[in-house]
Design a protein around this ligand. Structure first.
Ligand code: PMP
Length: 290
């Protein structure tokens, strides 16, 4: 983190270079935190946060399960202030609520929760995706929704981190989670779509994060949402990934199986850019400005 960056923690604006998390933070030991990944885009009306309410509602659901209070309106106003203080015209917005030090028992009720908001300069974590992202079937499984609802709990992300490490070590850009029955779940930080004969299908899976970019693409394209077996995915004309960070990213292949970086994906990618940058007024209600 660059030293000149300002972030907000528990009501105070702080220099990002200061230490914030003690080694005894409950969240560090047990993953008892919940976060969001949100983006602010440069628009004619200034920096605009895309689908702020939907992101914060997902975070609120996670906080509720952890028994944490969460002041969503405060996070909204702090974010707008941070964008200004950090002079960000566009940024990645990372709010996180987590349990701090106070005991290493598993009972959370005795603990104090902390809320931090950071705004960071950002480009897609997948880098330049013009040539398409290479995917590999992960040997790891995404945690079942029966074990943990698929929300953005910090603890759940260790699976994504390990799967991503395995994929990149083997020379791929990204890992694809597939369940024991061969149904596609999601990638480590993105949802999955397939295109067959011009039809767009959003991969649905109970263990996958209910992605906000996914919902956006469904609303824009009228895509069907249903389960997709990996054999059906391999037979698709085009495959693409969606996520706040990755936006709309074409897939070039899954292991040895190639896909076209095709016109349906590229058109949706361009239309998404028009929406997030406020050039498409139909969806301007999804943008929050100061
Ligand atoms: N799946 C996982 C596991 C993710 O971390 C993300 C990124 N938040 C997504 C899907 C995509 O979700 P969204 O479009 O809301 O960013």
């Amino acid at each position: 983190m660059t030293p000149e960056l300002t972030l907000w923690l528990n009501g105070e604006y702080l220099d990002a270079s200061q230490r914030h998390t003690g080694g005894l933070a409950h969240a560090l030991h047990y993953g008892t935190g919940v976060f969001e990944g949100i983006r602010a885009y440069d628009t004619e009306a200034g920096p605009a946060v895309f689908r702020f309410d939907e992101h914060l509602e997902r975070m609120r659901q996670g906080a509720e399960l952890l028994g944490m209070p969460l002041d969503v309106d405060q996070i909204k106003s702090v974010t707008m202030e941070l964008l200004q203080r950090n002079q960000h015209r566009s940024a990645y917005v990372r709010p996180i609520a987590y349990y701090g030090a106070g005991g290493l028992k598993l009972d959370m009720d005795v603990l104090e929760s902390h809320v931090l908001v950071a705004t960071l300069p950002w480009k897609s974590h997948l880098g330049d995706t013009t040539q398409g992202v290479s995917l590999t079937a992960s040997p790891f499984r995404r945690l079942s929704h029966k074990s943990l609802p698929p929300l953005k709990f910090t603890g759940i992300y260790v699976t994504s981190c390990i799967a991503k490490r395995d994929a990149t070590k083997r020379g791929f850009d990204e890992a694809l989670f597939i369940d024991d029955d061969g149904y596609v779940c999601e990638a480590t930080g993105e949802n999955v779509f397939i295109v067959k004969n011009g039809q767009v299908i959003a991969v649905e899976h109970p263990d996958a994060l209910p992605g906000i970019t996914r919902a956006t693409i469904i609303e824009m394209s009228g895509a069907a949402s249903r389960r997709v077996h990996v054999d059906e995915l391999k037979d698709a004309d085009e495959v693409f990934l969606t996520g706040t960070s990755a936006e709309v990213a074409p897939v070039s292949h899954l292991d040895g199986n190639p896909f076209t970086v095709g016109s349906v994906t590229l058109e949706l990618q361009a239309a998404y850019q028009d929406i997030v940058h406020g050039r498409d007024q139909t969806f301007s209600h999804w943008l929050t400005t100061a």
